[in-house]
Design a protein around this ligand. Sequence first.
Ligand code: SAM
Length: 239
Amino acid sequence: MASKVRLYVDQPLGKGQTVLLERDQAHYLFGVMRLAVGTVLSLFNGRDGEWDVEVAEAGKRGGALTCLAQTRPLQMPPDLWLCFAPIKKARTDFIVEKAAEMGAARILPVLTDFTNSERVRVDRLQAHAVEAAEQCGGTYVPEVAEPVKLDRLLADWPAGRQLMFCDEALVGAGQVLRDAGPGPWAILIGPEGGFSEAERKRLRAQPFAHPVSLGPRILRADTAAVAALTLWQQALGDW
Ligand code: SAM
């Protein structure tokens, strides 16, 4: 019997491979979704694509699944990072979830002068990215990086990567992106308090940075993240 259940596991997937379940996964599959031995469900691990697997053992504290066949190859997103200043917890969760759904390859919390929530639980944000991938059918899960100060991020900036610097002080994004062209990119979204003048000056001095506007109204940071991801994907991405 086939089920629509789709689960992320951090274990290798391959023909005949056995996947041993952790307690919480067993609880979800056999306690909540009440899957029985012989049921077929989908697994992905962010590396080996999506696989049909069959329940071989079902228990309260564990279980085992056997890989039958790959149903979809790994589909990598474009080489796009979303860098954002953490805001209130629920809205930061929203930004991570939308970044995963909308095709970011990496998610970097950035601490700027006016960032108001320094404490970032990377493990919780990573779980949100996994849940978003499970829900949207993605076979790739973006990594949520440890928070980094803006100065450090710019000092270590990788050669060849462009930056869509969403500056609430500026003009239209589409043409800027098209002019700069495809390749590795990153989007930068500031905190509720915006960028400081010192940051704005530092960012504009970077040869790889392209300051863009997201329209005439000031958007909330979570709205801005979704808007910037949409603009980038439409101009240069895989939409
Ligand atoms: N406190 C700032 C102000 O009133 O100017 C608003 C900051 S906004 C809440 C958070 C971030 O979203 C900004 O730092 C910027 O990265 C992005 N953002 C919001 N609206 C934007 C716009 N119209 N153009 C470009 N970026 C925008």
